[in-house]
Write a protein of this length. Structure first.
Length: 254
């Protein structure tokens, strides 16, 4: 459990050089150049930019209309609902230096001292809880609840405390979307869709229902057009065919 305590200590001791969220330049999470190269007072603004960039990378790869719907609603409705309260009603959120990809593959223990250490970072200054979003995935050994409990003992949960689990699910999205689009054989495609669907059901159920209904109607309309082409198109074909026949007749020898 030294890893959780050490990570919490790094978060607490770190100091943003500008007092803001973001970073001097774009850091890389595997193949993703993270859209964190900005300095903002609002964590919601930075995370929206970061998550939105990852979503836009995924959309043309997955080509899944329902995925696009929950992405857009998550960005437009869920992110502000969960992240704006962190800095509302007089609350102060400290920009912490975060690892950016803290999972068991990027951690180790010194054989001589027994101290845990981390490597392969893609850091920026953000909400400390972001690092624990990657611990949610069952594919990681850090998904053990013991790590989360130990982390919370060393760094108390941000207010509103009741939003912690939903924030943790929200923070898991960038990691799982990246896994979905760039890791061969990834099993996260349906998982990340279901996670966003869950968040939308919690915080914008009416908008989700309306958007999915519109998608179904548009899909049905598109299918009907493929089965039966519009009359105008058929008339155009008839006119072109008739003109071609007339030209051929004119070319027949008398």
């Amino acid at each position: 459990m030294k890893l959780a305590a050490g990570l919490a200590d790094m978060h607490q001791r770190s100091v943003s050089p500008t007092g803001k969220f973001g970073f001097h330049f774009s850091t890389c999470h595997a193949r993703i150049a993270q859209a964190v190269d900005t300095w903002e007072d609002s964590w919601c603004t930075v995370y929206s930019r970061h998550l939105g960039h990852v979503m836009e990378l995924a959309k043309p790869i997955l080509q899944w209309p329902e995925f696009d719907v929950v992405c857009d609603l998550t960005l437009q409705k869920v992110v502000p609902r969960l992240l704006l309260p962190l800095q509302a009603e007089g609350r102060v959120l400290k920009p912490c230096l975060i690892h950016g990809d803290c999972w068991d593959g990027n951690t180790a223990m010194d054989a001589k001292t027994g101290e845990a250490f981390v490597f392969d970072v893609c850091s920026f200054y953000g909400h400390n809880e972001y690092d624990t979003g990657n611990w949610r995935a069952p594919r990681h050994r850090l998904s053990s609840k013991a790590y989360i409990r130990n982390y919370k003992r060393n760094f108390p949960v941000s207010e509103p405390v009741e939003d912690w689990d939903a924030r943790n699910l929200l923070y898991s999205l960038t990691f799982n979307i990246g896994n979905t689009i760039y890791i061969p054989g990834s099993q996260q495609r349906q998982v990340v869709f279901d996670d966003m669907n869950t968040l939308c059901q919690l915080f914008c159920p009416d908008e989700l229902e309306a958007a999915m209904l519109k998608l179904r109607r548009d899909s049905a309309a598109g299918a009907s057009l493929q089965i039966g082409r519009p009359i105008a198109d058929l008339n155009d074909d008839y006119t072109e065919a008739g003109a071609q026949e007339e030209e051929e007749e004119e070319e027949l020898p008398l």
